[in-house]
Ligand binder design. Structure first.
Ligand SMILES: [Mg+2]
Length: 308
């Protein structure tokens, strides 16, 4: 079995897992988060993310409090993309015998501070030894029954929009300086915006931009069975290149679709909102950027070559 990318690997796991009859999991593998529907009350939304030394961060340049912050922010960004409100988090951590107490303490401080600020109370986890630091974070949220934003709701005619500015995290990782580096280290999950998109703007679909606009738009279009066209001006992070804005990962902005008649405010709580294109009938997952096909070149752990 030769896997060519994360999309294919996820499909294989989906096939193996199936969807057990009678389960209250109403949305399983393949979205930003899974949805569990209790008999009464809100739907519960779950997501899990790993953070691995030398894959997601390096000890030499990433302060431990920022690593803790980001470990949780990644999961919270997935909850934001579902329009959910955080309820609690679980954190499993493995670190080497040589890890300094100060590093570990600062890591937990960074995590717990964001957990407190967002309602994602740290409720448990596990500890183990490993050769390199890694952690796995589960984030749980709640959303009114049947109201979660999903990737599969975009329809031809919808407008395509994005929050904030793109490419900042990639620029920060390359330069290790200034606002872009701070952006890379401490992404701000768009939780309030996610709820606003769901409740007020009645967004039809959403995904967080975790692996780059090109790849995450491809995923949204594929899930919705539609094509996407980017034709508006892109909100590029100050100093970032178009390449970084289109394909750079870890911006943790929200990419969403709205019915065509919706009035898009220019910003929400200080975060700019930009209409960048439209959703169209076409091959599922096909994306065009200024008249040319846009390949999904964003970040993929399992891609064999960087440019397929
Ligand atoms: Mg996501």
């Amino acid at each position: 079995l030769k896997l060519t990318g994360e999309v294919e690997l996820v499909k294989m796991i989906q096939r193996l897992a199936g969807s057990p009859a009678g389960s209250r999991v109403v949305l399983g593998i393949g979205d930003d988060a899974a949805i569990y529907r209790p008999k009464t009350g809100d739907d519960l939304v779950f997501t899990t993310d790993m953070m691995i030394q030398d894959v997601h961060f390096v000890r030499a340049t990433h302060p431990p409090a920022a690593v803790g912050h980001k470990a949780l922010a990644r999961g919270l960004s997935d909850l934001a993309a579902m329009g959910a409100e955080p309820r609690f988090s679980l954190l499993s951590v493995a670190f080497p015998m040589t890890a300094e107490r100060a590093w570990i303490t600062a890591f937990f401080r960074g995590f717990i501070r964001l957990a407190r600020d967002t309602g994602a109370v740290l409720a448990g986890g596990d500890l183990a030894r490993a050769e390199r630091f890694f952690c796995d974070v589960s984030a749980c949220g709640a959303v009114a029954q049947g109201q979660a934003l999903r990737r599969d709701g975009a329809r031809p005619g919808d407008v395509l929009c994005v929050s904030g500015h793109l490419g900042g995290s990639a620029l920060g990782l390359a330069s290790r300086r200034g606002a872009a580096w701070r952006r890379h280290l401490r992404p701000n999950p768009r939780l309030d915006l996610g709820i606003f998109l769901r409740e007020t703007l009645r967004a039809t679909a959403a995904i967080d931009v975790s692996d780059g606009l090109s790849l995450d738009l491809y995923r949204l279009c594929l899930a919705s069975g539609v094509a996407g066209r980017i034709d508006g001006p892109l909100p590029v992070f100050h100093g970032a290149t178009m390449e970084q804005a289109l394909h750079g990962g870890e911006d943790y902005e929200l990419l969403f679709t709205l019915p065509a008649k919706t009035d898009l405010p220019s910003a929400y709580a200080g975060v700019p909102l930009t209409r960048i294109g439209t959703i169209e009938r076409g091959p599922p997952g096909y994306v065009e950027f200024r008249g040319e096909p846009l390949p999904p070149l964003g970040y993929d752990h399992f891609r064999v070559s960087p440019h397929p």
